[in-house]
Design a protein around this ligand. Sequence first.
Ligand SMILES: [Zn+2]
Length: 689
Amino acid sequence: MRLLTIVSAALIACCAATGQTQAQNTAQGAAQSQATAPVSFDKSAMDLTSDPCQDFYQYACGGWRESHPLPADKARYGRFDEVREYNRYLLRSILEDASRPGKHTPNERKVGAFYAACMDEKAIDAKGIEPIEPWLNKVAAITSKQQLLDLIAKMQAAGLPPVFNFDSGPDLHDSTMNIAHLDQGGLTLADRDYYLKQDAKMMEVRGKYVEHIQRLLTLADETPKQAEDDAKTILALETKIAEASMDRVSRRDPKNTDHKMTVAELEKLAPEIDFPRYFRLVGASELDLLNVANPEYFQKLSALFVSEPIANWKSYLRWRIVKSSAPLLSKPFVDENFEFQGKYLSGQKELEARWKRCTSMTDADLGEALGPIYVARAFPKEAKKRMDVLVAAIEASMGKDIQSLEWMSPETKKAAEEKLGKVSNKIGYPAKWKDYRKVVIKPNDFVGNVRAATIYEHKRDMAKLGKPVDKTEWDMTPPTVNAYYDPSENNINFPAGILQPPFFSAKVDEPVNYGGIGVVIGHELTHGFDDQGRKFDSNGNFTNWWGPNDGPEFERRAQCVADEYSSFVSVKDDKGEVHLNGKLTLGENTADNGGLKLAFMSMNSQAGDKNNADKIDGFTPVQRFFIGFAQVWCENVAPQRARELALVDPHSPGKFRVIGTVQNSPDFVKAFGCKPGDAMVPAKACHVW
Ligand SMILES: [Zn+2]
């Protein structure tokens, strides 16, 4: 339950900066010459010619959207990306310093060596396909179903995406303990709809996908004929895997992924897959009990192990190895991967400069070695103290909000308050860092370095099985410009990277900070009480703590939000109109609406009479709250990317995060003097919290 989804070729990246160090930009092919420091509340970002009561997004963001056309190396660019981009310059200067000879700490040496190996394009290009050849040879040697499963296990342990996912995580019914989770996986395209939908766009995507497979496999030394045959086989097999997979909306309900069973029961369910052997090979030999998120998937996969010839499985595994490694290999692989993934699917015109990709990959693979260096350079000490005060204020508002709900019974209110009281918060960075001493980083072996880091993470993950959950761990690295709520741990988490403008600044008036980081805090807190989070109790266990009438009443109110956002059109072009999926985005939209309300309440209770203070820039404090909020979400998006996101992203696009939220807010209507009949004053406003 994150604030936003960051999907890029190079996983997550980003970071905050104080602005003192701007690395010299000699980047080869960097689209922007230099990232500029983001600011909170920007009057020039507004379009003052538009009417706030007709289109508040245009009013708050029209100027920004015009002055920030989509950079060539982005498929989507908004305020979050502005911060991320700006801060990548800081990470870059850290990594370049660390990669030069000199006196360095072990962490600095490690991240410096990783970054340098990634930047050594010449060495990477010279190797061509060599780094994955041992894997391709392993595939070639397979002659039995048992060898097939053995290789799937080895791939899993090395971080190569196999046919299903296996990892550790909290037990849904005893959140203090880690158990094993077995789940569906195995698709290359981002959603089962890409394989199964029969509309013109998806059929076009599949055609392009087959061509892409052919080209990448040809680069991996297959003959054109073999690559052509393989491409058809791979699409057909992935389509069968897609048919066996559960859709995203169903997966949002924890009851659909809650199936604890013994290994013996799993064996009965999927008799053709030797799971005890698999578990031994991935380092989970003592496994007895596990959660199988999607039993039907494994039933069908087991049948596919019989019905599909070994040769088809070998084509598929070869493809999974080549495709997942392509961004790490020589230029022809990187370019072909980008042509399909970045340019065709997302509408990104140019590949990001190498230093940007390498910075992001270092953060993704050695995040907690880079983290302490970043924190020392960029995390203002005051931020933690200030955040504690803000979080306490927003939590107090949630308490008041719960009490004021007319539709909730006193018993359920009591349980909700208990849950609220147990929410803990983590700010900035972990109390203890991961120990990377065993991760060996070598010069001239970039792919090997990535594998070393992923093998380390896999072993670390397996070691958690059967052990108590460590709530001090983080799911995001410190430089990340994002935040999250963890339903099993019942905590809210704010990495250092987000604690800066436009979210948070010591230089602006408080209403703007409440509209920025205040709404972010309220958003994460509300996740504990959205359609998904409400199903977990104060201890993070999946259980129903709602009174008999309160649950249905919640669902009725949530349905209003789902319908509202389903009516929004995300893309309209010659391939047709794409609506948002109100059910997929329900949790995030509920959190946005709750977050805005709670932050507004907190601002009022903290500000007292100051809300009647003089205008700044011509705006009252409450108007500045709403404009500050909206300006966090200014963005430009390529239509291709918008289409992808509408399918896979549980978050609404920036425009609807603003419009969908303010039009439910009576405080907004009052602040801008909007009237019934205005576009921002719908006949029926939705209120969950
Ligand atoms: Zn969220």
